[in-house]
Ligand binder design. Structure first.
Ligand code: 4NP
Length: 165
């Protein structure tokens, strides 16, 4: 099992969008039994809440269901559970690095390091902006999820080869 955690600030806009997109892509590939997906926020402001209605509506237009997701805060133990802990921006990354022990095998990474079409390194926070910000989040997230799935496949192939040896 490969476990993926998406992290933003509030866990109501960017990381639940990535969570919903990744879930759908994993299901479409028939990999639900092999890849587990979750999301969290570095802050506790919105714990227990549903994703922002604007994020839910923008995702629904592209066929992604965020309605069942609920916000939680990222914790140090997540680094023991997840193989990928993926930050939406540099501030999220710094906050995750602050709770991740240096010896942990899983270290936080920028999610957009897996993007292939887009050159940006951060998923911009859409919370205080307009609808176009939420569309752009989805564009970036869809691209980086495809790159992430390719990376997971590579990782599993390597593991299988080392198992054969
Ligand atoms: P997110 O967006 O980190 O993508 O979930 C935000 C949500 C809430 C706040 C900021 C960003 N806030 O300040 O409450």
């Amino acid at each position: 099992m490969i476990r993926v955690l998406f992290v933003c600030l509030g866990n109501i806009c960017r990381s639940p969008t990535a969570h919903g997109v990744m879930l759908k892509k994993v299901e479409a590939l028939g990999l639900s039994g092999e890849i587990q997906v979750d999301s969290a926020g570095t802050a506790a402001y919105h714990v227990g809440e549903k994703p922002d209605a604007r994020a839910t509506q923008t995702a629904a237009k592209r066929g992604y269901d965020l309605s069942t997701l609920r916000a939680r805060q990222a914790v140090a133990e997540d680094f023991g559970t997840f193989d990928y802990v993926l930050a939406m921006d540099n501030e999220n990354l710094a906050n995750l690095q602050a709770i991740c022990s240096p010896g942990s095998q899983t270290q936080p990474q920028l999610f957009l390091s897996f993007a292939r079409r887009f050159r940006e390194s951060e998923v911009p926070d859409p919370y205080y902006g307009g609808a176009s910000g939420f569309e752009h989040v989805l564009d970036l997230v869809e691209d980086a999820c495809d790159g992430l799935l390719a990376d997971i496949e590579n990782r599993q192939n390597k593991q299988n080869r080392s198992g054969d040896a």
